[in-house]
Design a protein around this ligand. Structure first.
Ligand code: THU
Length: 154
């Protein structure tokens, strides 16, 4: 399923950026290297990689890195993200599997990204799938659930 109308050229560019960024992944424990490229509404692209840690739970995912970089530079509106992941030994331009964002990353993205935000999971520049964030995270927990005054329906 597709999300916002983004051009083929944009999709290709984001996948290229995600594959390129993946080279900087720090994944000595899982050996699973992930790259992400997040497109802000103003056209700026923020890349991210997974950064693992000897204390395993302290590691961060590529998507979280990219969104944190973007928000820390003042961005709040986003259009799409491309994600590419696979083991270090794989052909880095033709990965074995699609790498959908994990549940925590879906929730992390939902703080700033609309239901129509496009998520691209890519094995290569020409082999990918697209979803909306709503496809991947229906019934998300949002700010409004924390509202003390109005009764938000679940
Ligand atoms: N990983 C990501 O970077 N993004 C995801 O959405 C899935 C998992 C990373 C976390 C960990 O460093 C490695 O992939 C294996 O789980």
């Amino acid at each position: 399923m597709s999300g916002n109308a983004i051009t083929q050229e944009t999709i290709t560019h984001l996948i290229q950026q995600a594959l390129q960024a993946r080279r900087h992944s720090y994944a000595p424990y899982s050996d699973f290297q992930v790259g992400a490229a997040l497109l802000a509404a103003d056209g700026t692209v923020y890349t991210g990689v997974n950064v693992e840690n000897a204390s395993y739970p302290a590691g961060v995912c590529a998507e979280k890195t990219a969104l944190s970089k973007a928000v820390s530079e003042g961005q709040r509106q986003f259009t799409a993200i491309a994600v590419a992941g696979g083991h270090r030994q794989e052909d880095s331009t033709a990965l074995r599997d699609y790498c959908p964002p994990c549940g925590v990353c879906r929730q992390f993205l939902s703080e700033f990204c609309a239901a129509s935000f496009t998520v691209i999971t890519a094995r290569s520049v020409t082999d990918y799938r697209t979803y909306t964030l709503a496809d991947l995270l229906p019934c998300s927990f949002e700010k409004r659930q924390l509202d003390r005054t109005s009764g938000a329906e679940v």
